[in-house]
Design a protein around this ligand. Structure first.
Ligand SMILES: NC(=O)C1=CN([C@@H]2O[C@H](COP(=O)(O)OP(=O)(O)OC[C@H]3O[C@@H](n4cnc5c(N)ncnc54)[C@H](OP(=O)(O)O)[C@@H]3O)[C@@H](O)[C@H]2O)C=CC1
Ligand SMILES: O=C1O[C@H](COP(=O)(O)O)[C@@H](O)[C@H](O)[C@H]1O
Length: 498
């Protein structure tokens, strides 16, 4: 794999929220750890007028607010330049090219360029076309395009966008960000699965009864009402982050750990997703929208009262679904997924529930033997918990749940890097494994479009869950009718499992 860390990083949208909250602190952390070569530079692009000094000050502010005061911050920000540039204005790309060429020469960047599009998605296609037509991609080093979500609004618009960016960049040069793929424990899924003799033989429909993936947020839609109204939880979270986690949980072992091999196994999972359409949608998927309620003792408004949200909005802020993977390994095993805003707590967890043993010798009639669970804690805590049954010391032979727990937070708290830091580093190294390939995007949109098409035609009975709860009752009924229930995410905390 290429390890050339010498690069010019051009961030389009450098005055925006994502750049300030995630990208600049992540770049700083790479710098601090010595993972950026001395020969790197960043050109920030935004519409507003800023001098280089003002831009560098905004970088300092962003790093300080995320990571605290840093002694070497002046040295870091010296690598940053700013260009005021309206991406819709075809004439201003020549000034950008001139600056890029000068910076390239000054730092001897060997013509290596990363174009990071941290802007509203309607700009992605036009920027990519201009980068090519105005010669910014005409370099002797590598050129890579990092593109933020959402990648399209549906399959048709995603195809159109893909077509536009493919005129300027090859598939190998496109890094579609899914920041969940930068999370430590999401990356750990394949290691837990494929490096443990005790799990791999059991990882199939003979031993697993169901898998639950929850990503709950206690925050509401905040200031993103305009975007969210056109998106909803299905497009915002399920089409990308949730289905990516399902793919990692369900894929076959790759023959090697190369980008192509891992991607092709994930694509095979997407191809095996059972299509849910028409009348079936209500049997497999539940949508919700938050009402007012109380979170952490604080009263919060309903979704329809959030800024830039329609008073009659039909947008879902919660989605739960039963996903079936129709292949030899997973036939008959439901993957239940749910995600939503203004839920009880911020938590992303995966629960693998194993089937019951054929006969239970160790229970009193009123006690049930608990199923074995493997819990993968993605965030906020990071770790793994295995729920087993064992005898209490000194007691009778009655089985009790005991938990074997590994807490990543306990051993590694200060070193757990932000997902964006890892993904930026991967991109600089030329490792696209944890970015989404076009085929994954296309299959996931095809799956999601069938659901959104049905929902778009029917007015929902919203709001249907109170803020501070785990979603509408129908999400519980989705599992109850299969004889299951959602494992409560709060009781499964890795830190409480000693
Ligand atoms: N914020 C987040 O947490 C997340 C964001 N994303 C994605 O990242 C992308 C950016 O989001 P976010 O940072 O929140 O957006 P913001 O609205 O905060 O920032 C938008 C940026 O685009 C610039 N911009 C807008 N129009 C133009 C134009 N015509 N020419 C040049 N620059 C322009 C703005 O510059 P100026 O203000 O100077 O005009 C600003 O720097 C989106 O695709 C979003 O979906 C994905 C995951 C999380
Ligand atoms: O992509 C998105 O993710 C965030 C949740 O990310 P997390 O890392 O905090 O779990 C979500 O709030 C946002 O709506 C969505 O666009």
């Amino acid at each position: 794999m290429e390890q050339n860390m010498t690069s010019l990083i051009m961030i389009f949208g450098a005055t925006g929220d994502l750049a300030k909250r995630k990208l600049f602190p992540s770049l700083y952390r790479l710098f601090e750890r010595g993972k950026l070569s001395e020969r790197f530079a960043v050109i920030g692009v935004g519409r507003r007028t800023l001098s280089n000094d003002e831009f560098q000050q905004s970088i300092k502010d962003s790093v300080t607010s995320a990571l605290g005061e840093k002694d070497d911050i002046e040295e870091f920000v010296r690598h940053f330049y700013y260009q005021s540039h309206d991406v819709a204005d075809s004439n201003s790309y020549s000034a950008l090219k001139k600056l890029a060429d000068e910076v390239d020469e000054h730092y001897q960047l060997e013509g290596n360029r990363i174009f990071y599009l941290a802007m509203a998605p309607e700009f992605f296609g036009p920027i990519a076309l201009h980068l090519k037509s105005d010669g910014l991609t005409d370099v002797k080093g590598y050129k890579r395009l990092v593109i933020e979500k959402p990648f399209g609004h549906d399959l048709a618009s995603a195809k159109e966008l893909n077509h536009q960016i493919r005129t300027a960049f090859s598939e190998e040069e496109i890094y579609r960000i899914d920041h969940y793929l930068g999370k430590e424990m999401v990356r750990n899924i394949e290691v837990i699965r494929f490096a443990n003799a005790i799990f791999e033989p059991l990882w199939n429909n003979r031993y697993i009864s169901n898998i639950q993936v929850t990503s709950s947020e206690s925050l509401g839609v905040e200031e993103r009402g305009r975007y969210y109204e056109t998106s909803g939880a299905l497009r915002d979270m399920l089409q990308n982050h949730m289905l990516q986690m399902v793919a990692l949980l369900a894929m076959e072992p790759p023959i090697s750990l190369t980008t192509d091999e891992i991607r092709s196994e994930k694509v095979r999972v997407f191809r095996s997703l059972r299509t849910i359409e028409g009348d079936e949608v209500k049997d497999y998927f539940v949508r919700g929208q938050y009402d007012a309620g109380t979170i952490n003792g604080k009263q919060v408004p309903k979704y329809r009262d959030e800024p830039m949200v329609d008073q009659e909005s039909n947008t879902e802020t919660f989605v739960a679904g039963k996903v079936m993977i129709d292949n030899f390994r997973w036939a008959g095993v439901p993957f239940y997924i749910r995600t939503g805003k203004r839920m009880e707590t911020k938590s992303t967890k995966i629960v693998i529930q194993f089937k019951d043993i054929p006969m239970n010798l160790y229970y009193q009639p009123e006690k049930m033997l608990n199923p074995n669970l493997l819990v993968i804690h993605i965030q906020p805590e990071e770790g793994i918990t295995l729920h087993l049954n064992a005898k209490h010391a000194g007691g009778h032979l009655d089985a009790q749940t005991v938990k074997l727990s590994f807490s990543n937070t306990g051993t590694n708290a200060m070193n757990t890097p932000e997902g964006y830091e890892k993904l930026l580093y991967d991109c600089m190294r030329g490792d696209a494994t944890n970015f989404t390939h076009w085929d994954e995007v296309a299959y996931s949109w095809a799956f999601v479009d069938k659901i959104s098409n049905v929902w778009a035609k029917e007015k929902a009975d919203f709001p249907n869950y109170n803020s501070g709860t785990m979603g509408p009752d129908a999400a519980d009924q989705l599992l109850e009718k299969d004889g299951f229930f959602w494992w409560p995410v709060t009781d499964l905390d890795v830190d409480t499992c000693k």
